[in-house]
Design a protein around this ligand. Structure first.
Ligand code: DX5
Ligand code: ZN
Length: 222
């Protein structure tokens, strides 16, 4: 089983005190920073732009986990600051040439990841799986924090993990994004996910410090 990793969704962090928030994440051994980029077309929301990504990259040592919810993502990769060790994901549903996007990300030293919406079957990924470092299975509809996990997505995670392992692609990681609560994190881990996008229902859940939430989440995703 692949080592579990946390990827806090920065759109859920206290953006008015981002420098402090990033320090806390560094102090807590966080593996990735999840940056949701939204263009208002692919999803009905705007969030985190190109300058924001650059500023975070310059300010923090934690690798990026850049989630592009934009149309024609393979044509926009040059707009973003990313490189060695960063994950860059884009939506299968938004791309007219996923192989081109995957290749561009890899040429820049980063790790390519394809994203599928809850309603998109894993079967569409077949030709891309051997080219990827990871697959992001959306467990809510992309675009907004604070939603409830769509239960059927757990089966997709399970089936994808089985499929990858049967193909000998054991080191291709599975990330889940959306309503990764303490309770859901355990179910997602049991289904086969190993990278967890944690936002308002997880690391930034009310009533606890980030440090306390990290401790609880780590126990849930062991
Ligand atoms: C979905 C969102 C999620 C979300 C995760 O598009 O972008 O990444 O922030 O946070 P919660 O825990 O609120 O689902
Ligand atoms: Zn995301």
């Amino acid at each position: 089983m692949l080592q579990s990793k946390l990827s806090p969704s920065l759109m859920c962090a206290d953006l008015m005190h981002l420098g402090r928030e990033l320090k806390i994440l560094e102090q807590n051994g966080i593996e990735y920073l999840h940056l949701d980029v939204m263009d208002g077309v692919f999803v009905p929301n705007y969030m985190l732009g190109t300058d924001f990504v650059k500023r975070v990259k310059d300010a923090c040592s934690i690798p990026l986990d850049l989630h592009l919810m934009v149309t024609n993502p393979e044509e926009k990769l040059s707009w973003f600051a990313f490189g060695e060790g960063d994950y860059v994901s884009f939506h299968y549903e938004a791309s007219s040439d996923p192989v081109r996007g995957i290749r561009t990300i890899r040429e820049r030293g980063a790790k390519p990841m394809l994203v599928i919406k809850p309603e998109t079957p894993i079967s569409v990924l077949e030709e891309f799986l051997p080219l990827l470092d990871g697959v992001l299975v959306m467990t809510v509809r992309p675009g907004f924090a604070g939603q409830k996990m769509i239960p059927e997505t757990l089966d997709k995670i399970h089936d994808l993990r089985q499929w990858l392992d049967s193909l000998g692609l054991d080191d291709v990681e599975i990330e889940c994004d959306g309503n990764v609560s303490f309770e859901n994190a355990r179910k997602m881990r049991e289904a086969g996910a190993n990278i967890f996008v944690v936002g308002s229902s997880g690391i930034y859940a009310k009533g606890n410090s980030v440090e306390e939430n990290v401790k609880i989440l780590r126990r849930k995703i062991l």
